[in-house]
Design a protein around this ligand. Structure first.
Ligand code: C5P
Length: 230
């Protein structure tokens, strides 16, 4: 098995939660778009040989230009109607380019400052034989279940809960089978490992990292500006 992975970055969403008019992947930290930080991080990790980015169809040229400006080499393809479709299209483009792929990472552009060690830990775990791998962190907050009126109905034991980050890593055939089994009809998924669980394949974990935080809100953006260097 080739120990270097191909990474897919579905970045074709609108990113309303960050409040901008442009896709979230183009929101900047230190003047550089998140997608550029994310692709640089993947390529600099040393265990990723190619990155395929799915962009909103009206932003393909903009994203290509941003990545080229930032020295982040990636294949940019138009994304689909939802995240699931964008992953499918990015995977098809990756396979069209290099049919010999054996390890696929799916990474979120919003986790733009994921440490290289984490990218390679996920890749190495797949290379070592795990069919699917996700980075996880323990849940620090107490977790409660609420009803429709936001009244607490239960306190959930957090001991066996984990917050899941990306990149998520897969043996190619496992990701393909998971997406094939999903068909085209069940809507979008936020988590590729969830599709793998559904086909009965075990998903392993590696320790995640706080720096792999998902930049979702203006607060997260402020944190990223403050914490991550130029
Ligand atoms: O919008 P949402 O939070 O569900 O998006 C989750 C991720 O999927 C984001 O990284 C977004 O860019 C991506 N996405 C995509 N194609 C879409 C919709 C979302 O690649 N059509």
């Amino acid at each position: 098995m080739d120990a270097a992975a191909v990474a897919l970055v579905p970045a074709a969403g609108r990113g309303e939660r960050l409040g901008g008019r442009h896709p979230k992947a183009l929101v900047q930290v230190h003047g550089v778009p998140l997608v550029v930080h994310a692709v640089r991080g993947l390529l600099n990790a040393g265990c990723v040989r190619r990155v395929v980015v799915a962009a909103p169809s009206s932003y393909v040229d903009t994203m290509r230009a941003a990545l080229a400006d930032g020295g982040a080499k990636a294949l940019v393809v138009p994304g689909g109607a939802d995240r699931t479709e964008s992953v499918r299209l990015a995977l098809a483009a990756a396979l069209g380019e290099s049919p010999d792929i054996s390890i696929v990472l799916v990474h979120d552009a919003a986790r733009a400052f994921t440490p290289p060690e984490l990218v390679c830990a996920v890749t190495a775990a797949v290379a070592a034989g795990a069919p699917a791998v996700v980075p996880v962190l323990p849940v620090a907050d107490t977790v409660k279940r609420v009803d429709a009126n936001e009244i607490v109905t239960a306190t959930v034991d957090r001991a066996d809960l984990r917050a899941v980050q990306t990149p998520q890593g897969f043996a190619l055939d496992v990701l393909r089978r998971a997406y094939e089994a999903d068909g085209d009809t069940t809507g979008s998924h936020t988590d590729d490992a969830g599709l793998v669980e559904r086909i009965g394949v075990p998903v392993s974990t590696v320790p995640g990292h706080p720096a792999a935080l998902k930049i979702t809100t203006p607060f997260d953006l402020a944190v990223a500006e403050a914490v991550f260097g130029r």
